[in-house]
Ligand binder design. Structure first.
Ligand code: AMP
Ligand code: TRP
Length: 347
């Protein structure tokens, strides 16, 4: 079956958003609004797979929502809401808990990283997290999922779940009128551009992340302009000048990272950045990068702060988005229940 193109993505409301989130995900979310029907979700149910302070979680849900709007997400055009307001996510996740296999989840590298050494003490939710992620996407039968590189494995699992559901229930799916037996699409990752994996500013071998202890390792979307400039100035580099060709970046992870950030922020490719800056020292490149970063990130921080001054308005936006999300997801969930053999009331 040819599925209607629909974009879905989600972001956890934990910690503050940083340049990696912005370049790896947000920019693409905003871009795709121009061409696609888009559904964007603040995944609060994913956040509680590790303990969150309740008051901080509530604040973080609003903060992420505000940051997205500040960065250019238009909540009138796209559907923007928090996951827990739309019960289809949790309900479909249960069905998928019964479709996905233990062996599949055992391979998930993010679980291994997040659970750490004491795996027995991790929550069951953290383990089943990828099934909920599949439910997020497939509750809308979304076909395209813009994310950073680190989510690739989870998306492959979503595809496996969609495929297994289609196979396990193929007769019921056909009886429901889907002649080719395909109820769910196999969602495609959209992992594109020069900054799908932004690295720490202090160590080019580590991902930029909100859990990294050193604040100098990342540019937060809440940093003021002086702090942004300082972090770029202090970013780790090597002593060589920038190369003129992409090949010259190999084995130079810090240089490659900064060039990738510059390219993504200026909407060009790494090769364009190198044709401009090839042969020049970091002492010249860093101030240019700092200016660009301040110019692009500074206004987002200001606008986020302005929006956060009116939390009731943010809650209203989320409630409106949740209503629209319900309208899409509820009929799909109803069909899933029929296909699986559950009984629901006619209304
Ligand atoms: P998270 O903060 O883990 O909820 O991630 C939200 C989105 O940002 C996901 O699509 C991630 O793939 C993306 N993301 C997180 N960190 C990075 C990074 N360092 N580089 C690129 N994308 C990232
Ligand atoms: N797991 C994603 C992350 O940690 C967040 C997420 C949850 C997501 N559900 C999703 C991303 C659905 C894309 C689609 O970043």
């Amino acid at each position: 079956m040819k599925f209607k193109e629909r974009v879905f993505s989600g972001m956890q409301p934990t910690g503050s958003l940083h340049l990696g989130n912005y370049l790896g995900a947000m920019l693409k979310w905003i871009d795709l609004q121009k061409t696609h029907e888009c559904i964007y979700c603040v995944v609060d149910l994913h956040a509680i797979t590790v303990w969150q302070d309740p008051a901080e979680l509530r604040q973080a849900i609003r903060q992420v929502t505000a940051a997205y709007i500040a960065a250019g997400l238009d909540p009138k055009k796209s559907v923007l809401f928090n996951q827990s307001q739309v019960s289809a996510h949790a309900e479909l996740a249960w069905v998928f808990n019964c479709v996905a296999r233990l062996g599949w989840l055992n391979r998930m590298t993010q679980f291994k990283e997040k659970a750490g050494k004491d795996r027995e003490a991790a929550s069951v939710g953290l383990y089943a997290y990828p099934n909920l992620m599949a439910a997020d996407i497939l509750a809308y039968r979304a076909t395209h999922v813009p994310v950073g590189e680190d989510q690739k494995q989870h998306l492959e699992l979503s595809r496996d779940i969609a495929q297994k559901f289609n196979n396990d229930f193929s007769d019921a799916i056909r009886s429901a009128g889907y002649d080719d037996g395909e109820f769910f699409p196999l969602p495609e990752p959209v992992i594109v551009g020069p900054a799908t994996r932004v690295m720490s500013l202090r160590d080019g071998s580590r991902k930029m992340s909100k859990s990294e202890p050193s604040d100098l390792s990342r540019v937060n979307l809440t940093d003021d302009t002086d702090l942004i400039a300082k972090k770029i100035r202090k970013a780790k580099t090597d002593p060589e000048a920038l190369p003129s060709e992409i090949e010259g970046l190999s084995g130079r992870p810090e240089a490659e990272n900064l060039v990738g950030i510059y390219a993504a922020l200026s909407g060009t490719a790494k090769s364009d950045v190198l044709s401009e800056f090839g042969g020049r020292q970091f002492s010249e490149f860093k101030p240019a990068l700092a200016d660009l970063c301040v110019e692009r990130i500074g206004p987002i921080a200001d606008e986020t702060r302005r929006l956060m001054a009116d939390p009731a308005e943010i809650d209203r936006v989320l409630a409106d988005g949740a209503g629209r999300a319900h309208n899409i997801a509820d009929p799909i969930l109803g069909e899933v229940k029929d296909i699986v053999g559950l009984i629901r009331s006619a209304s």
